[in-house]
Design a binder for this molecule. Structure first.
Ligand code: APR
Length: 258
């Protein structure tokens, strides 16, 4: 058994012994589904912008069609993507645990895609909102998309956002932008799960964005064990008992279903 196999084996043992597990995911979770990570260089219409410059309330107020067009392009990319073996392994592991009364598994994600749900995790907690839950920027009523299935050009396009059926306000993406608070219900659910778990499995997150990254840190301080799956180094490396260097779609099936 080489060093990597031995670490995988030890991490599996820790997972088997844990009763309350939180799987905490970031953009790397969906990378092998072909969803570009947030910090991938923007292309086409948005090539001259950084993600940080588009994902703000100020950018939306200044140029709604530019920002709405970007999110519709991202939504179309997600709709064309499929969950990968890592998403499926998490869903199967949680279902197996629940069926055997082996304890609870809560999935908390920073991702705004729906790939955990489509893989069979029905109640993932979305800390940063969702590409599929637009709302009115004035009255917060849920909004609808203007077109059922937009055919987005590869290079993107300016697209005027629809208007609210109730008050006429501008519909905005249902995601958390820089400078905004996290959705209260999601934050409460994630805080509760991470505040009372034995083990946190962090997958595909750089652990740089707060307050989300504070939740696994807090769990470790309270005694939880952290297992990390990531091909690169992250801010959680020093906190993790096990750093499994590899991709989500490769490591998770071996870790959770092997
Ligand atoms: N499997 C696992 N991890 C991967 C893979 C993969 N196939 N490919 C890349 N990664 C890792 C990278 O090494 C990196 O650590 O995924 C991480 C992606 O980091 P970020 O792009 O910073 O994504 P994330 O941590 O989710 O960012 C948090 O910041 O900008 C906001 O709202 C946005 O939700 C996002 C949040």
């Amino acid at each position: 058994m080489d060093q990597d196999d031995a670490m995988l084996h030890e991490a599996r043992k820790a997972l088997m012994q844990a009763r309350r597990i939180v799987v905490f995911t970031g953009a790397g979770m969906s990378a092998e589904s072909g969803v570009p990570t947030f910090r991938d260089a923007l292309t086409g219409l948005w090539a001259r912008f950084s993600a940080e410059a588009l994902a703000t309330p100020e950018a939306f107020a200044r140029d709604p069609a530019l920002v709405w067009g970007w999110y519709e392009w991202r939504r179309a990319r997600v709709r064309a993507a499929q969950p990968n073996a890592g998403h499926r392994a998490i869903a199967a592991f949680a279902a197996h645990r629940a069926a055997d009364d082996g304890g609870c598994v809560t999935v908390v994600t920073q991702n705004v895609d729906d790939l955990h749900e489509r893989a069979g995790t029905p109640a993932a907690v979305h800390l940063h909102g969702s590409l599929f839950a637009p709302r009115c920027s004035a009255c917060a009523a849920p909004g609808a998309f203007a077109e059922a299935d937009p055919l987005e050009p590869e290079d993107g396009r300016h697209l005027e956002p629809p208007h609210c059926a109730h008050c006429g306000g501008t519909i905005r993406p249902g995601v958390v932008w820089f400078g905004e608070g996290l959705p209260e219900a999601a934050w409460a659910a994630a805080s509760a799960a991470l505040g009372d778990c034995d083990l946190v499995l962090c997958v595909g997150t750089s652990a740089l964005v707060y307050p989300a990254a504070a939740l696994p840190e807090r769990a470790v301080r309270a005694g939880a064990l952290l297992v990390q799956v990531n091909p690169g180094r992250t801010a959680f490396d020093a906190l993790a008992r096990f750093n499994l260097r590899g991709s989500a779609a490769t490591v998770l099936p071996a870790l959770l279903c092997g």
